[in-house]
Design a protein around this ligand. Structure first.
Ligand code: PGA
Length: 255
C-alpha cells in the first residue's frame, strides 16, 4: 500500500492562496507515484483545486459534510455537492468537530454512512484527550469511538475507508506522540478494527496525526503500523509539506 500524506488545511488559505500552493506542490513533487497526497482545503477552495487535480495523481478531500442528502440545513454542505466537485475523501470525526462543534459519535456515524453510500472515502479521526491518556483510558476511548462510528455500517474495507489516530493532546501543540505511543495505539486500533470487521479491517490504512513536522516525519513513517499522516500546521507551509512528502517517499524507496 502506498503511504498517504493528507494535508488538513482547517480554516486556512483563501482560494488564490490554495491554488498557488497546490500548483507549487505539483511543480515540486516529481516522483508522483510513491505517495498518495490528499489536499483537504476549506469548502470554498474545493472547486478551484478540483480543476487543478484533473489528470494529476493528487487527491482531494473535504473537511466535513452533512449527513442528509439535501434540505433545510442553513450553512451546511451535502455529499452530492462534494461529489460534483470530484472530492475523493471526507475527514470525519476530527476532534475539533467533536469538541468545538459538539459532534457526537452517532452524528459522525451517520456522516460515515452517507459518505460511503456515495462512493466517497471517509477519513475517520479518533483519539484520546490528555486526561484520558493520563488516567489509562486511551484504549477504552478509542474502542468507544470506533464502535460508535462503525455501528451498523456494512461494506467497510481497506479500499473505501481510512482511519487517523490523532491524540487530541498532540494536535497543534507541538507535542508529538512518541514512536512507542504511536506504535502501541496503532496496534490496538488495528486489532479493534480486526475484531469489528474481520478480514475487511485488515487493510484499512491507519494514519497518524498530531504535530507531524519535518523533524519527526521520517521516524514516524518508519514506526510500525503507520500508513501515512494527517497533517495540520505543517501542511500549510510549502517547504514543510513537500519535505514530508519526500521523507515518506524515501522511506518506501528504502523499503
Ligand atoms: P497538526 O494537526 O498537524 O497541526 O497537529 C493535525 C490535525 O488536526 O489533523
Amino acid at each position: 500500500m502506498k503511504p498517504i500524506v493528507a494535508g488538513n488545511w482547517k480554516m486556512n488559505k483563501t482560494v488564490d492562496e490554495g491554488v498557488s500552493f497546490v500548483n507549487e506542490v505539483k511543480n515540486r513533487i516529481l516522483d508522483k507515484d510513491s505517495a498518495e497526497v490528499i489536499f483537504c482545503p476549506p469548502f470554498t477552495s474545493l472547486f478551484s483545486i478540483a480543476n487543478l487535480l484533473d489528470n494529476s495523481p493528487f487527491y482531494l478531500g473535504a473537511q466535513n459534510v452533512h449527513h442528509e442528502i439535501q434540505g433545510a440545513y442553513t450553512g451546511e454542505v451535502s455529499i452530492q455537492m462534494l461529489k460534483s466537485l470530484s472530492v475523493d475523501y471526507v475527514i470525519l470525526g476530527h476532534s475539533e468537530r467533536r469538541t468545538i462543534f459538539g459532534e457526537s459519535g452517532e452524528f459522525v456515524r451517520d456522516k460515515i454512512n452517507t459518505v460511503l453510500n456515495q462512493g466517497i472515502k471517509p477519513i475517520l479521526c479518533i483519539g484520546e484527550a490528555l486526561d484520558e491518556r493520563r488516567s489509562g483510558q486511551t484504549e477504552k476511548v478509542l474502542q468507544k469511538q470506533l464502535e460508535q462510528s462503525l455501528n451498523g455500517i456494512s461494506g467497510i474495507n481497506g479500499d473505501n475507508f481510512l482511519l487517523a489516530y490523532e491524540p487530541i493532546w498532540a494536535i497543534g501543540t507541538g507535542n508529538t506522540a512518541t514512536e512507542v505511543q504511536v506504535a502501541e495505539a496503532h496496534a490496538k486500533i488495528r486489532s479493534m478494527v480486526g475484531n469489528m470487521l474481520g478480514k475487511n479491517g485488515q487493510n484499512i490504512p491507519i494514519l497518524y496525526g498530531g504535530s507531524v513536522n519535518v523533524d519527526n516525519a521520517g521516524s514516524l513513517i518508519d514506526t510500525n503500523g503507520v500508513d501515512g499522516f494527517l497533517i495540520g500546521g505543517a501542511s500549510l507551509d510549502i517547504e514543510s509539506f513537500c519535505k514530508i512528502i519526500e521523507l515518506v517517499t524515501d522511506n518506501i524507496k528504502r523499503g
